[in-house]
Design a protein. Structure first.
Length: 188
């Protein structure tokens, strides 16, 4: 049983398959967090905010395919292991293309009963690499989250600055309006 916590991003459009995959993961990983998405936009968001240790993806999705997901994941962080779990890759050419495109592996859904057995060596490799880089990965994860929070904060400051400039201009107008009355009072 793998005891190191794994953050798993699962890209799957069939709820039943997602549940079956999670049941298989439970057999080999004691402590995990899994987030489920079924499209590229949600995937992009989860990459930035969840920062997974491993990505499991179906090949055929409603709005894109697994290669689109893989290519975006590689542009974002090519060090995140990417494993296809799909019923589509029966074609040897497509299977070879996924590996040549950078996938860490692929498992056919027809082997779902043995999924835990097939995932275990891949997950052990992920954990071994994680342990080697644990401190660095945690710092990077926290930094990515901090950067996203800083961007949000800067956006808020910008909108507050705009509001403050409007308030200052209003105050200046009122001060300018008050000055003539004060000068008249001083003249008397």
């Amino acid at each position: 049983m793998i005891t190191t916590k794994l953050r798993i991003l699962l890209v799957e459009d069939y709820k039943t398959d997602a549940e079956l995959i999670e049941m298989q993961i439970q057999q080999i990983v004691q402590n995990y967090e899994i987030n489920l998405v079924d499209n590229l936009e949600d995937f992009k968001n989860e990459l930035q905010n969840f920062v997974p240790d491993v990505i499991l993806s179906d090949y055929n999705l409603p709005t894109c395919n697994g290669l689109d997901i893989l290519q975006f994941a590689q542009r974002y962080d090519e060090s995140i292991p990417f494993i296809f779990i799909t019923g589509t890759i029966d074609d040897d050419e497509i299977a070879a293309n996924t590996i040549l495109s950078g996938a860490s592996g692929f498992i056919l859904k027809k082997h779902m009963i043995n999924l835990a057995e097939k995932l275990k060596p891949l997950f052990k490799k992920v954990v071994f690499n994680m342990i080697q880089k644990e401190e660095l990965r945690e710092k990077v994860r926290k930094n990515k989250i901090a950067v996203n929070q800083i961007y949000d904060y800067l956006d808020k400051i910008q909108s507050e600055n705009n509001e403050q400039h409007l308030n200052i201009n209003e105050i200046r107008k009122n001060i300018d309006f008050i000055k003539p009355f004060k000068e008249e009072d001083d003249a008397e």
